[in-house]
Write a protein that binds this ligand. Sequence first.
Ligand SMILES: [Zn+2]
Length: 82
Amino acid sequence: METQVTCLRCNNTQAGLPSAPVPGELGKLVLENACGTCWGEWLKAQVILINENRYTGANPEHVKALLGHMRAFLNLPAEDAG
Ligand SMILES: [Zn+2]
């Protein structure tokens, strides 16, 4: 069930995501602070980043880098560790 969120990227209050798109605290942050529109934009940006940097989901360093990009893209607050 989608709930209304106030998005940190676009500042609009609108429908968020139906569920956390990534595991753990970061997924919770996305769920609570990103709207569905901006998430869709991130998914498109992500494809470009993956192609440009040849990221692979099998490489933990690549996954970490991509999540860092996601955090910046969605204007999510930085976390202390991890
Ligand atoms: Zn948004």
